[in-house]
Design a binder for this molecule. Structure first.
Ligand code: GLY
Length: 429
């Protein structure tokens, strides 16, 4: 089977590695910069912008691929799934219309509202700076300011955490008032990802990501510094009833999208805040999370190529998909200075015998063969183990031996951080 993987980050390396576990699958790749990990797995690589839909299609046709797996959100917004579909190449990824769940924050909330979906926070959509600022000034409490369109995961400003009321107003003005304003949710975040075939949804293990740049959840927001999952595929601060509610919300999204004429196929990513009153939806993404893809795909014991076929055929069932009962800890290595002033172009060295899986992200191999940092996250190590402690040890051992002008968060996946999450949740309930 020939499958095209679109995208060149850590997430796409994990997708390609999972597809490649089927020795009959041939991987083709489109990415903007040559990811050394995907490069090794792919039969052929085409370097171009992932949003250059015409270019991607002509490569896909030339390569004779049968399916395409779309990693990032930008090509989804550019309509790559619709265009590849018209060219006879079915995709893992939603159409442009269905991807609005992620690409248009106003659409997402209005869809939830119209369909009376559980877990929708109080929100208002604005297209005028004057009206939005009036609302912020008159609101008694903290708000979250979300630009309506895509921002690469870095566009949200939270009052009381990142900005004060004056900062929220200034930010809203800078966006010309094209924003969704939402009540600030307090609790613990978790990610629930699922395979979706238009009607059926099969969930993956729960994961918790870490957005902040520095240890102790301090510093600026990043694309995500790392993530962990537990051997039972749950999280200790998420009760069974919270999980069932979050899953029901995801299922009701699939039903609503089908009913409204934009059936959803691909990976659905739900980011939830577990609050004192149960899970609320922070946002949906129309793709795997990065880093969360690396946790769940490292555990996937079923054949991802087979899952691709089933999603396309609309024949997905729980019995087709299983994950190893292990913990995972993913630690992203990033350039010094990331995210504000990243040191790019610095050589790095990797441990010879890491006890963890390695996923390359924003890194290049220069003509002399050495690996050099770029401006974004460099690479990730995923440790697995019977316990969280073992998984963390394996990830930490590998991460601590990377040489060069890079850093990572040592606290991700540690018992101390997990205990803080559990205590925080107890305090709220
Ligand atoms: N980990 C957050 C995201 O992929 O958007």
């Amino acid at each position: 089977m020939r499958i095209l993987v679109v995208g060149g980050g850590g997430r796409e390396h994990a997708i390609a590695a999972a597809l490649g576990r089927n020795t009959k699958t041939e991987i083709f790749s489109v990415m903007a910069k040559r990811n050394p990990g995907i490069d090794l797995l792919a039969r052929k690589v085409h370097l171009c912008r992932e949003t250059d839909v015409k270019n991607v299609i002509s490569f896909a046709q030339e390569a004779g691929v049968e399916y395409a797996f779309i990693g990032p959100e930008a090509p989804l917004e550019a309509g790559i799934v619709d265009a590849l579909g018209s060219a006879g190449i079915p995709c893992i990824g939603p159409t442009k219309a269905a991807a609005r769940l992620e690409t248009d924050k106003a659409f997402c909330r209005e869809m939830m509202d119209r369909n009376h979906l559980d877990g929708c926070p109080m929100y208002r959509v604005f297209h005028s700076a004057v009206d939005a600022v009036d609302f912020i000034e008159g609101y008694d409490g903290d708000l979250v300011v979300k630009p309506i369109g895509l921002t690469g995961g870095k566009g949200v400003r939270i009052m009381g955490e990142q900005v004060d009321r004056a900062g929220a107003i200034a930010y809203t003005r800078s966006l010309n008032g094209d924003v969704v304003l939402e009540e600030r949710l307090l609790g613990e975040e978790f990610t629930l990802q699922a395979f979706v075939d238009g009607n059926h949804l099969v969930p993956m293990p729960l994961v918790q990501d870490h957005k902040r740049a520095f240890e102790g959840d301090t510093g600026p927001n990043t694309g995500g510094m790392g993530s962990y999952s537990m051997p039972d595929h749950m999280l200790p601060f998420v009760q069974e009833s919270d999980y069932r509610r979050a899953l029901a919300i995801m299922q009701s999204v699939v039903v609503a999208m089908e009913r409204t004429g934009s059936p959803y196929k691909g990976i659905l990513y739900g980011q939830f805040m577990n609050t004192a009153h149960g899970p609320k939806v922070i946002e949906f993404n129309a793709r795997f999370g990065d880093p969360e893809a690396m946790n769940v795909l490292s555990l996937l014991s079923s054949d991802l190529s087979e899952i691709v076929c089933r999603i396309v055929e609309g024949a997905l069932a729980l019995s087709h998909i299983s994950f190893d009962p292990l913990a995972t800890v993913c630690k992203y290595i990033v350039p010094e200075g990331y995210p504000d002033t990243p040191h790019a172009g610095n050589p790095i060295t990797l441990p010879a015998d890491p006890r963890a899986l390695l996923y390359y992200a924003n890194i290049e191999r220069n003509p002399s063969g050495s690996l050099v940092t770029q401006t974004s996250r460099t690479l990730a190590y995923v440790g697995t183990g019977e316990t969280l402690e073992e998984a963390e040890r394996n990830a930490e051992q590998a991460a601590s031996r990377v040489g060069g002008s890079v850093r990572y968060r040592r606290d991700i996946g540690t018992r101390a951080l997990l205990d803080r999450r559990i205590a925080h949740m107890k305090e709220l309930r």
